[in-house]
Design a protein around this ligand. Structure first.
Ligand code: HPA
Length: 278
């Protein structure tokens, strides 16, 4: 049966394949602070989102978005430099299209990173949180609509979205470098406004530890396709209402940039271990 979402996916996939024949093992999504991660790896090629037919690209001037193909200590990795957010106005199926494409290219492991606000009072700005589970809070599922049977089942199991083995490897890597890591539940809101203090409180009551505007929908789409998923949030700030200070994007960016070197180290070590053990 004809399906616009699937047809677009296939078109984009063929466009990528005609440009680069690369089979990744790991797909890495770069969040705030990690934007220049690819500078430190062995790059084999890249594709601008603009050059992929039908790909959802931001109309914001200066927006940089591309797939980078390379090796992280030998592990073939496709990197998303610039993700697509629901708050930009795209359909949820477009938001997760790049994730689906990376699986179609061959990636078995999805490594999600982001900046997030800490909801848990035990967290501090600059902490890293390994994502254990998630809550999509008033964010629609990317799986709504006719099921794409080519990708996965109608009612996918979500009992272990974030793979325990991957989480354990990340923890080991962090311990070896003496990098402190928290573990917790990521709550996705739509944004683009930061949450109100009451929304932050509700997140905490629901069992959330961090809030952000990405990631959970990507993990749902990847889980549907059977990928092994892991994620790390850089806690760039305590969420709204937890301090006397108003929250600004500048504060988020500054903290993410400050801890970026450690974050990159942890990501590199983890991918290297995934390559050896998975
Ligand atoms: N809320 C939502 N998204 C975020 C935050 C936050 O406090 N910090 C960084 N991204």
């Amino acid at each position: 049966m004809e399906n616009q979402v699937y047809d677009k996916l296939v078109r984009c996939y063929e466009s990528i394949r005609s440009q680069i024949p690369f089979t990744p093992k790991v797909a890495l999504v770069l969040g705030s602070g990690l934007g220049d991660y690819a500078d430190g790896i062995e790059v084999e090629g890249s594709i601008d989102y603009h050059s992929i037919e039908g790909f959802p690209v931001s109309t914001v001037p200066g927006h940089k978005g591309r797939f980078i193909f390379g090796r992280v200590n030998g592990v073939p990795t496709v990197i998303m430099q610039g993700r697509v957010h629901y708050y930009e106005g795209y359909a949820m199926t477009d938001v997760v299209l790049p994730i689906r494409l990376m699986k179609m290219m061959g990636a078995e492991i999805l490594f999600l990173t982001n900046a997030a606000g800490g909801v848990n009072y035990d967290f501090a700005a600059g902490d890293f949180m390994i994502i254990r589970d998630q809550i999509a809070c008033m964010v629609p599922s990317p799986l709504i609509g006719p099921n794409l049977d080519e990708l996965g089942p109608r009612f996918p199991d979500m009992s272990q979205i974030y793979d325990k083995e991957l989480r354990d490897i990340i923890k080991e890597c962090a311990a070896k470098r003496n990098i402190k890591v928290q573990e917790g539940v990521y709550v996705q809101f739509t944004g683009p406004a930061y949450e109100s203090p009451q929304e932050v409180k509700v997140s905490r009551i629901l069992g959330g530890d961090a809030v952000g505007m990405s990631t959970a929908c990507e993990a749902v789409a990847a889980n549907h396709m059977g990928m092994k998923i892991c994620g790390i949030s850089c806690i760039s700030n305590l969420a709204c209402g937890m301090t006397d200070q108003p929250l600004s994007h500048q504060e988020v960016q500054e903290t993410a940039d400050r801890v970026a070197p450690l974050f990159k180290q942890l990501v590199t070590d983890s991918i290297t271990e995934f390559g050896k053990r998975m």
